[in-house]
Design a protein around this ligand. Structure first.
Ligand SMILES: [Zn+2]
Length: 410
C-alpha cells in the first residue's frame, strides 16, 4: 500500500487513524509499505505483501505474529490458506516467471468459485456491471476516487481503473482474492482486506463512486453496510449496485435476498432508483445505449430475478448513455476461454464448451451473445491483434468472443 492511503484509512472499530508501527516487521519500497503493522488507538493490523488486513480474528493475529517473528512468507501462506505443500507449489510457480492468473487460482482456489472467476469477463452479470460502470464513469468527476466493495479478485476493479485518475480501492474479506487482483487482474489497484459485515475502514465522504456488484445479498449486516456506503459516498458521491438478487424472483446461489422495495429503503437518504436488469441487459445486447432514465417502482420490478440500484444527486446519471465501442486494448487480446479452439491451417474453429454443467445452468444466458460455434480466419496459435480480424473486430469484442484480458490471465 502507498503511504498516501493513510489519509483515508481508519480503524473499523475505533475510527482513528492508522499509522505504521516502527518495528522489525516494517518493509518499505519507496512510498509503498509492503510488510508491517498498522496501529490505531485500539488495535494493530498487519500489512502482508502490500495488503492491509483490517480484520481482528485469529488467522490475522497469527499472520501478524509470524511477520513480527521474521517469517513473512509464513504470514502470506497462512492468509492465502495454503499448507506448506501448497505454499511450495505457489513459490515454484512464481519463480517460473510465466505464472498466469489461472495457474495461481488452481493452487489458491481449486473449487467452483475458481472456475467462475476464470470466465468472469464474459458472464452476463459482469457484462451488465461493466457496461454500467463505463456509462456512469464516462464522466470523470464521478470516478475521481472509486471503491469496488466486495470486489473479489478485481475483474470490475480493472475496468474502474481505466476510468479513474486515481488508483481504485478494492475491498474484500478474502485476502487470497485481493492478492490475485493485485498480482494479475488489476495491477496498480489498492487492495484492502476488510469485512463488509463491520464498519468500513475509511474516512467519511472519501469516494466519488461506491460500487458493489453482486455481493450485497450475501452480507448479513445489510443495514450497517448500506449506512456505511452512504457515509463513504457522502453528499456528492454516486452509489452503484448492479445485479441485486430479488427475493421475489429465482436466482442461482441467491444469498440472503430482500425485496426490491427493501433494498431501496436501505438507501432511502440518497433517494436511490431501481432498474430491471432484464431491461438493462436488453439495452446492452442491442449495442446502442443503456437507458438510465427508465427507473421502475418496486411494484414494477415485480418478479424480476434481479435489479440494479443507483443513487446519485447528479441528474446526469439518469439519462440514456451511449454504449461506446470497445476501446484500445489495455491487456492481451484473446479468444474467450469458454471456447474450445482448434487450429485448422490458418483458421480457428471455435466451439462453446462450458466448464461444468453448473456453470452452464447458471450462466447459460451467455448464449445470447456467444454462438455455439464459429470459424475465424486467424491462426489461433500465435498472438492475436485487432488488425487480423478486419472489419469484424468490433463486433467480436462487443459479443465477448474476443476479450481484452490482463496479461498472463490464462
Ligand atoms: Zn482502532
Amino acid at each position: 500500500m502507498d503511504v498516501s492511503l493513510l489519509d483515508v484509512l481508519r480503524c473499523p472499530f475505533c475510527g482513528t487513524r492508522l499509522d505504521p508501527v516502527d518495528n522489525e516487521a516494517l518493509g518499505r519500497d519507496g512510498s509503498r509499505i509492503v510488510w508491517g503493522v498498522l496501529g490505531c488507538q485500539c488495535c494493530a493490523f498487519p500489512i502482508v505483501d502490500g495488503i492491509p488486513v483490517l480484520l481482528a480474528d485469529d488467522p490475522t493475529r497469527t499472520a501478524m505474529h509470524a511477520m513480527e517473528a521474521g517469517r513473512p512468507d509464513d504470514a502470506l501462506a497462512s492468509l492465502l490458506g495454503l499448507d506448506p505443500a501448497g505454499a511450495g507449489r505457489l513459490r515454484d510457480l512464481l519463480q517460473r516467471g510465466d505464472a498466469t492468473y489461472r495457474d495461481a487460482l488452481e493452487i489458491i482456489s481449486p473449487d467452483a468459485e475458481g472456475t467462475y472467476f476464470i470466465y468472469r469477463f464474459s458472464d452476463p452479470t459482469f457484462v451488465l456491471a461493466e457496461t454500467l460502470v463505463r456509462a456512469i464513469g464516462a464522466d470523470r468527476r464521478r470516478t475521481a476516487h472509486v471503491i469496488d466493495l466486495c470486489g473479489g479478485s478485481g475483474h470490475l476493479t480493472r475496468v474502474l481503473g481505466e476510468l479513474s485518475d486515481r488508483p481504485v480501492v478494492v475491498a474484500d474479506v478474502y485476502f487470497s482474492k485481493l492478492w490475485l487482483a493485485q498480482r494479475f487482474t488489476a495491477p496498480g489497484c489498492v487492495p484492502i482486506c476488510c469485512d463488509g459485515n463491520q464498519p468500513l475502514p475509511f474516512a467519511r465522504d472519501t469516494f466519488s463512486m461506491v460500487v458493489l456488484s453482486d455481493a450485497f445479498p450475501y452480507i448479513w449486516h445489510k443495514r450497517l453496510l448500506a449506512e456505511e456506503m452512504l457515509r463513504l459516498a457522502g453528499r456528492n458521491g454516486t452509489i452503484l449496485m448492479p445485479h441485486l438478487h430479488s427475493s421475489l424472483g429465482f436466482n442461482f446461489s441467491a444469498g440472503m435476498t430482500l425485496t426490491p422495495e427493501a433494498y431501496r429503503d436501505l438507501f432511502a437518504p440518497a433517494q436511490p432508483r431501481l432498474f430491471r436488469d432484464s431491461d438493462l441487459l436488453g439495452d446492452i445486447l442491442g449495442h446502442t445505449a443503456i437507458d438510465l432514465s427508465r427507473d421502475v417502482t418496486p411494484e414494477q420490478a415485480g418478479h424480476e430475478p434481479s435489479v440494479t440500484l443507483v443513487a446519485s444527486r447528479d441528474t446526469g446519471v439518469f439519462r440514456k448513455h451511449h454504449v461506446a465501442d470497445p476501446g484500445a486494448l489495455t491487456g492481451e487480446l484473446r479468444i474467450n476461454p469458454l471456447y474450445r479452439v482448434e487450429a485448422r491451417g490458418a483458421r480457428a474453429q471455435l466451439t462453446l464448451a462450458f466448464p461444468t454443467p453448473e456453470y452452464e445452468e447458471e450462466f447459460g444466458a451467455v448464449r445470447r451473445y456467444l454462438p455455439d460455434s464459429l470459424t475465424l480466419d486467424v491462426d489461433p496459435r500465435g498472438p492475436l491483434t485487432p488488425a487480423q480480424f478486419g472489419a469484424g473486430y468490433t463486433d467480436l469484442r462487443r459479443r465477448r468472443i474476443l476479450l481484452d484480458t490482463p496479461p498472463n490471465y490464462c
